[in-house]
Design a protein around this ligand. Structure first.
Ligand code: NAD
Length: 425
């Protein structure tokens, strides 16, 4: 008997939870006897909805809606970022938490999956209002987070300062300094070297290996990047350092192309200063939709989920898609890209660099002993390469796409843990 319909959400095939469910369904034939436990992946263990009321600077009281979802804790504490965005929904956070479960298992970190979010546009808040929202939200989800139960981190529109406020609020509430409750903190508060650029670095490391296996020379390769925040800009810097040309960039403010390759450092500095890439003089502005058909060899979606639709997938010129964002490709687009011979390195391995260095940060916080950046990057590269090689072997053995292979490797680990732990009570 199947029981995977949840009364509290109504996903469509291209909505985040709908995409996730279809990704799980695709892997069932490769799970053998463990398929018996697959239902456990199709429902979150726990979903908390919280009211976040704050006093604005002008004295008005405003309420925001917040969430923390723990999708699966079979392999360890929940791990996953917190997103501040006006369009965040419970369904989106559920899907993001589930992708964290799969991602942590794909690179074999001892974590389950979780995610959080607040329906807020942080660009419209003062710094003080942002701090109040963060602190109230942290107090509310304090019921279920903790260094041994669920460890938040940055995601879209959240950063090291917000993690510092979260750590401080949680610490005040428990009466001790609990650095291990969040990762992505500032360095002098138990943060780790290498964390800020870790996700972009992971995208680069997996992309470099995928290019090697795909016979694509990185030097001179043309790269298009959607999303020029933490992940997109760090990945762009590393590809440019390796000799690739960043020829198209899109963010929420505009789309720019430059077939000679952007001055990436200049564009990063400009976007940081101006809040976006629009108006940067070193490129030509084009229409939003033209981005997807821009001539390039590597396409890196690093903004939000659901961006690579079926229609856009038909226009993609790249030979490889590296999923920096979570859930950027809808399942129909996945099939179209596969038919067209475009290799997709899926999010659940491609962007796992961030959670991997978050894991290093958590370990360093527990031992109160901090590693140098070289050691962190070496360990990161090793974990990413081991994860990718294992997945590639699985894909070759079964002649399946990398995404299905990643889900097969990860879901086996998750469901094996579920089976071995057994059901409580
Ligand atoms: P960020 O807030 O630093 O940057 C987001 C970028 O996306 C910005 O440049 C923004 O302008 C752009 N963007 C937003 N809406 C857009 C739209 N409609 N069209 C084009 N661009 C748009 O966020 P980030 O941390 O870089 O996260 C980006 C993605 O990577 C998200 O899917 C996130 O879940 C995923 N991710 C982040 C991390 C991490 O460590 N930060 C780790 C793994 C995955």
């Amino acid at each position: 008997m199947s029981s995977s319909t949840l009364s509290y959400i109504n996903p469509s095939p291209n909505s985040p939870w709908g995409i996730y469910l279809s990704q799980v369904d695709r892997v069932v034939p490769y799970l053998g006897d463990l398929a018996r436990w697959v239902e456990t992946l199709k429902r979150p263990k726990r979903a908390l909805i919280v009211d976040v009321p704050i006093e604005m600077d002008d004295g008005a009281v405003v309420h925001f809606e917040g969430y923390r979802v723990q999708h699966n804790l079979s392999r360890g504490p929940g791990k996953g970022g917190v997103r501040f965005h006006p369009d965040v929904t419970l369904e989106e956070v559920m899907a993001l938490s589930a992708w964290m479960t799969v991602k942590c298992a794909a690179v074999n970190l001892p974590y389950g999956g979780a995610k959080g979010g607040i329906r807020v546009d942080p660009g419209k808040l003062s710094q003080k209002e942002l701090e109040r929202v963060t602190r109230r939200y942290t107090s509310e989800i304090g019921l279920i987070i903790g260094p041994l139960s669920d460890i938040p981190a940055p995601d879209v529109n959240t950063n090291a300062q917000i993690m510092a406020w979260m750590m401080d609020t949680y610490s005040m509430n428990v009466g001790g300094t609990a650095t291990g409750v969040v990762t992505g903190k500032p360095l002098h508060l138990g943060g780790s070297l290498g964390r800020v650029k870790a996700t972009g670095r992971g995208v680069f490391v997996t992309g470099r290996e995928a290019a090697r296996r795909h016979g694509l020379e990185l030097r001179g390769a043309r790269v298009a990047v959607q999303g020029f925040g933490n992940v997109g800009s760090s990945a762009a810097e590393l590809f440019a350092e390796a000799g690739a040309k960043i020829v198209a960039v899109q963010d929420h403010t505009g789309t720019l192309v430059n077939d000679k390759g952007f001055d990436v450092a200049g564009l990063v500095a400009y976007a940081r200063r101006e809040g976006g890439i629009a108006g940067f003089k070193g490129g030509e502005a084009i229409g939003e939709e033209a981005f997807w058909g821009a001539p390039c060899d590597i396409l890196i979606p690093a903004a939000l989920e659901g961006q690579l639709t079926a229609e856009r997938a038909r226009r993609v010129q790249a030979r490889m898609v590296l999923e920096g964002a979570n859930g950027p490709t809808v399942p129909e687009a996945d099939d179209i890209l596969a038919e067209r011979g475009v290799l997709v390195v899926p999010d659940v391995i491609c962007n796992a660099g961030g959670v991997t260095v978050s894991y290093f940060e958590w370990v360093q916080d527990f031992s109160s002993f901090f590693w140098d950046e070289e050691e962190i990057n070496e360990r990161l590269d090793r974990i990413m390469m081991n994860g990718l090689n294992h997945i590639w072997d699985k894909a070759d053995r079964h002649k399946i796409p990398l995404r299905t292979a990643t889900y097969a490797v990860a879901c086996e680990r998750i469901l094996m843990a579920r089976k071995e732990r057994g059901l409580y009570p």
